[in-house]
Design a protein around this ligand. Structure first.
Ligand SMILES: NC(=O)c1ccc[n+]([C@@H]2O[C@H](COP(=O)([O-])OP(=O)(O)OC[C@H]3O[C@@H](n4cnc5c(N)ncnc54)[C@H](OP(=O)(O)O)[C@@H]3O)[C@@H](O)[C@H]2O)c1
Length: 384
């Protein structure tokens, strides 16, 4: 029996992971963490039998402490509480499904502890890619990606020699604004949250609408699979049936297909290298009928180009871009700024960023918090 911890268990990935684990005889849950949703976390602890839990929002932890005490479960508090849960061990693998930069410190802690890591938190690799990969190598940890595209690539590359890989082709649904409206300046948060093929948390859904999500995934693939940025391409594939492809040096293209259901890659990361029956539907290509592909419209979706640019500039540029994007998405969701402002904020922060070498967590955190401050100024100007 494999024992796991789920960080970010109350989110979209976290709740689906609990659903997946509840149907598997081979996996049990030892620890769960969330940010502030203590009510759901307590229900999840009761349902899974987890023995340890954390709420990274310290105030929420104080408010909800009694519910956990009654269950005889230790509740840790604050961002440090999440790290304490990891350090306490008692599990074989951790699923990191925290959203945003807050996932980086836990990712590094999991790797330093030499635990297995199923990684959904793409921002870890975007902001701290080199550091994360070095820490994984030093501790002999193989990271299993949860993002559907990276899970697809990981599976396509299983058994392949690295020298045989020529190019990674990430597929993108194109989000809700792929075709219309042409002018994106007046779309609302409600419009942007209506994703055509995937049901996800709010931040990643907005990232999908701006195509920043694909930019983050380009950087994620660059680090995870040790490929140059110009060896990662993006193609629009609205049906989200091909989850990504790899092109080999002999011209063979390997693709991974399936219905768009995150429970498949989540389960694969938890049962790897074994496979198990999954509650997701089987794919019927006859029902899908047609698979289509298109180029990205770089003018309407500038965030993808900005992500490549940040990756090429190296140092802490990608961390700064990620910070600016997180701030801008929060402002957009709160109705304080228009949709096209997201790319404007990211661009402005990248232009003025004073980079650091990105060799350690402290440096990355410093650069990212400077970038956040710059982003807030930029958002303030757009609000005015
Ligand atoms: N959803 C998808 O289908 C999908 C697909 C591919 C990749 N991903 C990636 O998976 C990650 C999670 O996405 P999601 O859609 O599941 O997000 P989500 O629904 O917003 O859930 C985020 C989780 O992280 C917790 N959290 C929020 N802020 C935190 C903080 N500062 N410190 C610690 N924990 C915090 C939340 O707790 P509370 O509930 O208490 O706020 C929640 O449990 C993201 O990196 C996303 O890009 C998601």
């Amino acid at each position: 029996m494999k024992s796991i911890a789920i960080l970010g268990s109350t989110g979209s990935i976290g709740t689906q992971a609990i659903d997946v684990v509840s149907r598997l005889d081979s996996v049990s849950v030892a620890a769960l963490t969330a940010h502030s949703n203590g009510e759901l976390l307590a229900r999840q602890v009761r349902a899974t039998g987890a023995r340890r839990a954390a709420l990274s929002d310290g105030e929420a932890a104080s408010r909800h402490a009694s519910a956990f005490k009654d269950m005889g479960v230790r509740l840790f508090a604050g961002p440090e509480g999440v790290l304490e849960v990891i350090r306490g061990g008692g599990f074989d693998q951790v699923l990191n499904s925290i959203v945003g930069f807050a996932g980086l410190a836990p990712t590094l802690e999991i790797l330093e502890c030499g635990m297995g890591l199923a990684l959904a938190n793409k921002e870890s690799l975007v902001a701290g890619g080199k550091l994360v990969m070095e820490t994984a190598r030093r501790n002999g940890v193989e990271m299993i990606p949860v993002d559907s595209e990276h899970s697809a690539i990981f599976q396509c590359l299983t058994g392949e020699e690295r020298a045989g890989l020529a190019r990674i082709i990430l597929t993108a649904s194109g989000g809700p604004f792929r075709e219309a409206p042409r002018d994106l300046s007046s779309v609302t948060a409600q419009d942007a949250l209506a994703h055509p093929t995937w049901s996800m948390g709010p931040k990643v859904t907005i990232d999908s609408a701006t195509l920043m999500n694909k930019g983050l995934e380009v950087l994620e693939a660059h680090h995870l699979f040790s490929v140059e940025l110009d060896e990662v391409d993006v193609i629009i594939h609205p049906q989200s049936i091909i989850h990504s492809m790899v092109e080999m040096v002999d011209g063979s293209v390997l693709a991974h297909l399936g219905v768009p259901d995150m429970r498949i890659p989540i389960q694969y990361a938890l049962t790897y290298p074994a496979r198990a029956r999954c509650p997701a539907r089987f794919l019927s290509l006859a029902e899908v009928g047609t698979l289509t592909f298109d180029e990205v419209d770089a003018k309407r979706f500038p965030c993808l180009g900005l992500a490549y640019e940040a990756g090429r500039m190296g140092k802490t540029y990608a961390a700064a871009m990620n910070a600016a994007n997180e701030e801008a998405v929060t402002a957009f969701l709160a109705g304080r700024m228009g949709f096209t402002g997201i790319a404007e904020v990211v661009e402005e922060v990248l232009e003025t960023h004073e980079p650091l070498p990105a060799s350690g967590l402290e440096e990355i955190t410093e650069a990212e918090s400077n970038a956040r401050a710059r982003a807030r100024e930029s958002i303030g100007r757009l609000e005015a």
